[in-house]
Design a protein around this ligand. Structure first.
Ligand code: DOR
Length: 451
């Protein structure tokens, strides 16, 4: 067997679980082999990194990569090129593809597809339906079960109380959910039927819809003592609700719910139509506070690409109008680093929210932190680099970003996946392949993990 390739990343400020230190990191094969300022070895490559920060690769636990079935919007290859550029080294993808990932067989098919195409590490949720309990019980090789308690893109709604009770009672995998109350949303849609004003999206999918569904899901989690992760929290009130976590509940927020609000419809129209909808500037503030205070643990993107042509359809509160969702994986780390550069958070917090916490929530083995023996999924960032997001430079197949024209300070400059460099100064190495994420659910999730 040939000796494992050695890369020495020298003199970066390395963000470790214990804090940031100036040191060197030796990568051997796919693993982190040493963290030591004095490490001197005959490396195949030495990366001078003084003045730069070395972070664990980002783990984005909520993306929609559209393959199979919706590949005119995105596919696993284009999406993972975008990940490589954005410093995202592992993604967990949602089941609302065509066909939906709702059986063990379809999950296996998706994993097989991913193995040949993904430039970064991959994992896929199994989706709940009102009738697939037996599949949910049998499934392995997944971070957990996704439930749409509230409909969004695709037809995956599980709103029936008996079906929800059975899923929480009978399954053991961790559960996450899209929480918007369907009854509230439908009543609002009837009231606003005929509108083409996209600002009404936040009146259709209003505060009450989000809060009712999140409260309902947390109640299920508590009564059934089941681990539960609230996806894309959009209101300050939900952030207050999840404060009472009882060792079972974790929550996440997306960059768009932190950085955009209902005032942005006037400028960006349907580009910022997403589910859950945008809320108010006060919600932005309360979500950020909750993140800093640790009531929300994770930042993830809900990367949900649609073509510009699709997004340019008129808004409608019922089916057939502009679809909800926006792309974000290639800018999420820069967006949050930009907040760090403005003094709103520290780089250690960025790593906690985007790398360490998602690994702990989903019991991902060997990822999420820079530690000897961990996978060499790494991103080198330049906190002083300022660059503008440009639609024409986006790697996502849909080639647009709601942040087009926005200048951000703090960018990934090099990314490694399992020890192989996949992105360097604007160039992507298409030959790199990620691996399947592994989960050890006996760890018990975020609140139990102090390993
Ligand atoms: O805006 C959204 N779009 N929210 C979701 O939950 C689904 C997503 C999509 O798949 O388009």
């Amino acid at each position: 067997m040939p000796a494992a390739r050695k890369t020495l990343i020298e003199g970066a400020t390395v963000v470790l679980p214990t804090g940031s230190v100036c040191t060197s990191v030796l990568v051997e094969g796919t693993k982190i082999a040493a963290i030591d300022p004095a490490v001197h070895t005959a490396a195949d490559e030495v990366v001078p990194a003084r003045g730069l920060h070395l972070l664990p690769g980002v783990i984005d636990d909520q993306v929609h990569f559209r393959e199979p079935g919706l590949t005119h919007k995105e596919d696993l290859h284009t999406a993972t090129r975008a990940c490589a550029k954005g410093g995202v080294t592992t993604f967990l993808e949602m089941p609302n593809t065509v066909p939906t990932t709702t059986t063990v067989a379809r999950l296996s098919d998706k994993l097989a597809l991913a193995a040949g195409k993904c430039l970064v590490n991959y994992g896929f949720y199994i989706g709940a339906t009102p009738h697939n309990l037996a599949e949910l019980i049998q499934t392995t090789r997944t971070p957990g079960i996704k439930i749409f308690i509230g409909s969004s893109t695709g037809e995956m709604l599980v709103d029936d109380q008996a079906a929800l009770e059975a899923i929480f009672a009978e399954t053991t995998l961790p559960i996450c959910a899209h929480c918007e109350d369907e009854t509230t949303v439908r009543a609002n849609a009837v009231r606003l039927a005929g509108t083409t004003n996209v600002a009404d999206h936040s009146r259709v999918r209003d505060h009450a819809a989000a809060i009712i569904a999140t409260r309902r899901a947390i109640d299920l989690a508590f009564r059934h003592r089941h681990r539960f992760h609230v996806l894309h929290v959009s209101t300050g009130d939900e952030a207050d609700l999840v404060a009472d976590h009882r060792g079972l509940v974790t929550a996440e927020v997306c960059p768009h719910h932190l950085l955009f609000n209902t005032d942005d419809y006037a400028r960006l129209g349907t580009l910022v139509q997403m589910n859950p909808s945008l809320k108010t500037a006060d919600d932005n503030r309360r979500l950020w506070q909750a993140l800093v205070a640790g009531r929300i643990q994770v930042i993830a993107t809900d990367h949900a690409p649609h073509t510009l042509e699709e997004k340019q359809k008129p808004y409608s509160p019922v089916h057939g109008g502009s679809p909800a969702g926006l792309p974000a994986v290639e800018n999420s780390l820069a967006l949050v680093l930009n907040e760090a550069s403005r003094g709103r958070c520290t780089i250690d917090e960025v790593v906690r929210w985007m790398c360490d916490a998602p690994a702990r929530v989903w019991d991902i083995v060997g990822k999420g932190r820079i530690e000897v023996g961990y996978d060499a999924d790494l991103v080198l960032v330049d906190l002083n680099k300022t660059a503008t997001v440009r639609n024409e430079e986006q790697e996502t197949k849909c080639r647009w970003s709601p942040w087009d024209g926005v200048s951000l300070t703090g960018w990934p400059v090099r990314t490694w996946v399992l020890g192989r460099e996949v992105f360097r100064d604007g160039r992507i190495d298409d030959s790199v392949r990620g691996g399947e994420a592994e989960y050890d659910h006996s760890r018990g999730g975020y609140w139990a993990s102090d390993y």
